[in-house]
Design a protein. Structure first.
Lengths: 300, 371
């Protein structure tokens, strides 16, 4: 019997390119089976990065990205709560609860409930093949909240379990935590070669590990290469200054790359994967290039 | 040339008492907020900077170890003064409960499992607490005259507008049926066609009946706290919609950040406020070469290719900025710095880039040599 599909959770500091990496990872995984790529409450960042028109929230679509067919889903808490009520056979209650403001209450204030419902949607999708349901997938990629919020997001089930001991949501929260701690679930962290992003990444590795959540790859993105030597014949001062700045920026990455490598080896982890600095807007060819680069180091 | 955003004029305008920075994650909003605060302080103002970033990186940038929940003076500032503080959510929340709740109910609230989870979870709570802190600081500034400018770095939530909308959401939540339903002191609730017991039954089906009881205890004790929050939130809402508050949008030349900036402008306008301007951070303008210089560089193919790639990046950035940013919005560009913003000197450097302002030109000069 097939198992639950592996879940790849991609997080990273804001601006490090986590959405692009999530999309490229989905393209890489598509080479070995049906793949779902989803985002949680991130306002269509995924469809935008893929150059697609917005897909409606809560509705899974089949899309073509760089010539590959992917399943794509944008999860939001309102739809997730409705689906959950359907699931526990209280579907008609949705409208009623919406009227009383409970839906707002749940998504604004009830601690962890929102995050648990969001992850719950992804959890259902990952189990489709195992349960013999329609549209089975072999891998799920989640473009997750940034590292600043990822610990709270992934441990929302624990927070919820502290206040809700019985009722249908309690076992739901528990099985989600079990999925997140499973061997088949990995959190991949995207960073840049800067002190702030690396510090946050290392803190996140420690935090997730302490909750029993497995950290997968560390992906150093937007690495700038050294500029070629500027010949002495070039006398333009502005150009020389710009060149020196590029050299300084490229060289400035090195100490942080070394520090990361040292820390990862201390932790008994493999080396980080490295991706080059690409133009600000990535196109299909860039996504394929990133997918190829990821594939090279993924199983090493 | 787009209208230049005069950051220096804004910071020296004594009628401006609050500067709020809005922007999506990863654009350097925290660094820009610190740079604005340092520039204002060194121009002679008495400034307090509130940051809400959990990564504690501003503490490093300002040479403060363990920046706490209370304003602490930043050493090395000349001219005026600068205090900085980091929003400690749990502490702000506990303090608010102590000051707003009746004495005999304080412990009950602080011990309630819902309160504990709420005060440590990040979902939405941070925005309410940022509002509460801004309200506290503003009242303190009015009362003591310790500060004449508050710089607020908005929480890294799903949207910076969550912060702006927090006062209104608090009102809706308090007036909404759920809290009234759960708090017995509000009296019987008459929902059209819906019985009270049906709704509580439904909620208990979702979260369980013990949790419903805890929630009811929490809600009733919390009612009075809520009233205190709302009082302060009303002060903040009034302040933010007055000319004393200036909204500064922070973006980067990436498409997502620029789209977000335009979205903020629209959302602010819907709330009757105008953004003072946008700082586009981390731009990389290419060096313009004379035709002769360019021709001589073509003799070195590798170096020429590097320069052209830089030129192409800059041109793409500029056209993206011109397209995404509304023509009415004043703009200033801040170049990518050589070093990261991790000490006061770099914060100052960024501050002077902002104050000295580089404009966004609309002429499109390209490489002259075709290869």
């Amino acid at each position: 019997m097939p198992d639950v599909a592996p879940l790849h959770i991609v997080s990273g500091k804001g601006g490090t390119g986590k959405t692009t990496v999530a999309l490229a990872l989905a393209l890489m995984l598509r080479r070995s089976g049906e793949t779902l790529v989803c985002e949680v409450e991130s306002r269509h960042g995924l469809s935008e990065a893929a150059g697609l028109s917005k897909i409606p929230e809560g509705e899974e679509r089949r899309v073509t990205v760089a010539g590959q067919k992917l399943h794509m889903l944008s999860v939001d808490s309102r739809h997730a709560l409705r689906d959950y009520l359907d699931h526990i056979r209280l579907g008609v209650a949705g409208t009623l609860l919406d009227k009383t403001g409970f839906v707002d209450f749940a998504s604004e204030l009830a601690p962890g409930l929102r995050d648990v419902l969001l992850t719950g949607k992804v959890y259902q999708a990952a189990r489709r093949r195992m349960k013999g349901q329609a549209d089975p997938v072999d891998a799920v990629v989640m473009d997750a909240p940034p590292t600043g919020r990822i610990e709270n997001f992934l441990t929302a089930g624990e927070a919820l379990a502290e206040v809700v001991v019985v009722g249908p949501i309690a076992p739901q929260a528990e099985s989600i935590m079990a999925l997140l701690r499973a061997e088949t679930t990995r959190v991949h962290l995207v960073t840049t070669c800067t002190e702030m992003a690396l510090t946050e990444t290392l803190q996140t590795i420690d935090a997730l590990t302490s909750h029993g959540i497995g950290v997968g790859h560390i992906i150093v993105n937007q690495v700038m290469s050294d500029p070629p030597p500027l010949p002495d014949s070039v006398t333009d001062e502005g150009l020389r200054a710009a060149w020196e700045k590029d050299m300084a920026v490229a060289a400035g990455q090195r100490p942080w790359a070394d520090q990361l490598a040292a820390r990862l080896s201390e932790l008994g982890r493999g080396p980080a994967l490295t991706l080059p600095l690409l133009p600000d807007e990535v196109g299909p060819d860039d996504l394929v290039q990133i997918a190829d680069l990821l594939a090279e180091g993924w199983d090493a | 040339m787009r209208r230049l955003f005069g950051v220096g004029d804004l910071l020296s305008d004594l009628t401006v008492r609050v500067v709020v920075t809005c922007g999506t994650g990863g654009v350097g909003k925290t660094s820009v907020s610190a740079a604005l605060a340092v520039a204002a302080a060194e121009a002679g103002r008495q400034v307090v900077l509130v940051t809400v970033d959990p990564a504690r990186r501003l503490a490093t940038a300002l040479g403060l170890e363990g920046l706490g929940g209370e304003p602490q003076p930043v050493p090395g500032i000349t001219g005026g003064s600068l205090d900085a503080l980091m929003l400690d959510m749990t502490q702000t929340f506990d303090d608010a409960v102590r000051s707003h709740a009746p004495k005999n109910r304080v412990d009950e609230v602080l011990r309630n499992p819902f309160y504990k989870a709420l005060s440590t979870s990040f979902s939405g709570t941070q925005d309410y607490m940022a509002t509460e802190k801004l309200g506290q600081l503003y009242e303190q500034a009015q009362a003591t005259g310790r500060w004449d400018l508050i710089v607020v770095d908005t929480p890294p939530s799903r949207s910076a507008l969550d912060f702006l909308d927090a006062p209104g959401r608090l009102d809706r939540l308090a007036e909404g049926p759920v809290l009234q339903l759960l708090a017995p002191s509000s009296g019987p609730l008459k929902l059209i066609g819906i019985g009270l017991s049906q709704v509580t039954w439904l909620i208990s089906k979702i979260i369980g009946s013990q949790a419903l009881i805890d929630l009811q205890v929490f809600a009733s004790a919390f009612e009075t706290v809520m009233a205190g929050f709302r009082r302060r939130a009303a002060v903040v809402r009034k302040l933010l919609s007055s000319p004393a508050a200036a909204f500064v949008i922070v973006a980067s030349p990436r498409k997502a950040a620029l789209d977000e900036a335009r979205y903020f402008v629209g959302q602010l306008r819907d709330r009757g406020t105008t953004a003072r301007g946008v700082v586009v951070n981390r731009v990389s303008p290419a060096v313009e070469l004379s035709a002769d210089a360019e021709r001589s560089l073509t003799l070195e193919p590798e170096a020429y290719a590097w320069w052209r790639a830089g030129w192409a990046t800059w041109r793409a950035q500029r056209s993206r900025m011109l397209k995404a940013l509304p023509a009415s919005l004043p703009v200033t560009l801040a170049q990518t710095l050589e070093r990261e913003v991790t000490d006061l000197d770099v914060v100052r450097e960024l501050g002077s880039l902002l104050v000295n302002g580089a404009g966004l030109s609309e002429e499109d000069e390209g490489p002259v040599v075709d290869v």
